[in-house]
Design a protein around this ligand. Structure first.
Ligand code: SAH
Ligand code: SF4
Ligand code: F3S
Length: 488
């Protein structure tokens, strides 16, 4: 092999939240010629990798890309960390406890690295986009070999090469987003449901949120690229796609000479022969009438919308910079319910935002009661260094915040149970995803409204759409019997 000279200084560019905040006007280039360098094409033969993924669907899908790149280099997957030659943590920065878990894991793996010095231990995803995290790893976790950010995934072969030959930690984190790389390989988790990115980044800058800094400015993939990917997945026999973006309603707003938005994209995907199409996440502020009109056409566009409200109080919403009021949100929900009968709505809610009073929290409870969400992800506010909310005065004790979370969860569960109870005795269409994680004699799948259903059945039904009669309802799951399997 040719002698390589490695200039490490090239890789020590610390990420910078201030830089990440700047939204440049430069056009985003679309790259279509990603390739693995010749000398890395076989480097993984006989070796294995393990990726641990935290955070949102965006990260889950990024892990599929990272797996795709590693497998192109010959690496094979393993679940056994003692066997793995590469262990990567694909991390989330959205709340402090997500970060704590990863630091705990890195500490835990110190022993493994000592007994197996050739192991490559890497950290990627959203945490490395924070300079404080990179500094902490450099200082306290020197056994980490490789750190790269959300904009550097396509650089993995080159970075891995450095890590394999280097004695020092390899760090590459771009604060500013790079180009859109179209032809990255992917290893999808299953053959039934697939994630499809439609856009990257977020320009909303909700005051509590780190994502606009960790994921860069909004960049939309070209419609022809998204449509080609969905068509290809349909051809391969996938039954469902979920379109991904931090704020999917902003799709297309960054196109310079193309007048094409999220509603247009859905209207085109509607015509592709894939049985189910979902999307996440939509922002209430940009959810316009045109989008509701397209969704109301139904077909493969399912009756489920995840519509994060965050708070039911307009003053708190203002402090969060959500750019809608309680009334506007409720009006939007009214329009959606009117246009899409049987629609299931789920949401995200933060309790204990800086200065949130008991009365303001009560507004959240009353909004939840009024909308009757089918489910909600609820969180205690977690200050993220570098975000505006982290500077706001916060006089609400943590105990009080936790108490609000409990009260909110009790209400959310009560309503979810009531909604699920209403399905008892009904026949719903279920897409079978696989064996139940808790009972091998049961299959699991989801309704169009994204409700999890368990029912008895054999492996041969995986990937099928089945009519299932609901026999038992809980707040988070339904139980039933497949009508075809029992010959009805
Ligand atoms: N882009 C998506 C959500 C991204 S993060 C959206 O806007 O809906 C997922 C959820 O995490 C958010 O909806 C919010 O409820 C929660 N979240 C984000 N930052 C948080 C913080 N600092 N503390 C607590 N929860 C937070
Ligand atoms: Fe965060 Fe708000 Fe963007 Fe969602 S829309 S990712 S909550 S800044
Ligand atoms: Fe977390 Fe990054 Fe997603 S911060 S929520 S993994 S975009």
């Amino acid at each position: 092999m040719a002698q390589m000279t490695i200039d490490f200084s090239r890789f020590f560019v610390p990420p910078n939240l201030k830089e990440a905040k700047k939204r440049g006007k430069e056009a985003v280039n679309v790259i279509r010629d990603f390739d693995i360098p010749e000398d890395m094409k076989d480097i993984g033969r006989g070796h294995t990798y393990l990726i641990r993924t935290y955070g949102c669907q965006m990260n889950v899908h990024d892990s599929e890309t990272i797996a795709g790149i590693l497998e192109r280099m010959g690496y094979a997957p393993t679940e056994d960390e003692r066997e793995a030659d590469i262990i990567l943590y694909n991390t989330c920065a959205v709340r402090e406890n997500a970060e704590d878990k990863v630091f705990g894991e890195l500490g835990r793996l110190k022993g493994l690295k000592r007994t197996k010095p050739d192991l490559i231990l890497g950290v990627c995803g959203c945490m490395p986009q924070e300079e404080a995290v990179v500094n902490r790893i450099l200082q306290r976790y020197p056994h980490v070999d490789l750190i790269f950010g959300t904009h550097n995934i396509h650089r993995l072969p080159v970075l891995l090469r450095e890590a394999l030959y280097a004695k020092e930690m390899v760090v590459e984190v771009w604060s500013k987003e790079g180009d859109i790389v179209e032809n990255l390989p992917k290893v999808r988790q299953d053959g039934v449901r697939a994630w499809v990115n439609i856009m990257y980044g977020c320009d909303k800058f909700c005051t509590y949120c780190i994502v606009p800094y960790t994921r860069g400015k909004e960049r939309s993939r070209l419609p022809q690229d998204v449509l080609a990917e969905v068509r290809d997945l349909a051809r391969q026999g996938y039954m469902e796609v979920t379109l991904l973006g931090q704020n999917v309603n902003a799709y297309g707003k960054d196109f310079v000479d193309l007048d094409y938005d999220f509603a247009d994209l859905l209207d085109d995907i509607r015509k592709i022969g894939i049985p189910r199409v979902r999307f996440t996440t939509s922002h209430p502020r940009d959810f316009d009438d045109k989008l509701i009109e397209v969704l109301a056409k139904g077909g493969n566009l399912v009756e489920h919308i995840h519509l994060p409200v965050q708070s039911g109080n307009s003053e708190i919403l203002k402090k969060m910079a959500r750019k809608y009021t309680r009334e506007q949100y409720l009006e939007l929900v009214r329009k959606i319910k009117e246009a899409i009968p049987g629609v299931a709505l789920t949401t995200d809610i933060i309790v204990g935002f800086p200065g949130e009073t008991e009365e303001q929290f009560q507004d959240t409870l009353s909004l939840v009661r009024e909308v009757e969400f089918d489910g909600a992800y609820t969180f205690v506010y977690s200050p993220r260094p570098g975000t505006p909310a982290a500077e706001m005065e916060d006089n609400v004790p943590l105990e009080e915040k936790k108490d609000r979370l409990h009260r909110l969860n009790a209400l959310v569960n009560e309503i979810a149970l009531k909604k699920n109870e209403a399905l008892r005795g009904q026949v719903v269409e279920v897409l079978v995803e696989g064996r139940s994680k808790t009972n091998p004699n049961m299959l699991s799948g989801r309704t169009r409204t994204n409700k999890l259903v368990h029912f008895p059945g054999g492996e041969e039904l995986v990937g099928k759409l089945l009519p299932v009669k609901i026999t038992e309802a809980h707040a988070h799951t339904l139980y039933g019997e497949a009508l075809v399997a029992s010959g009805v």
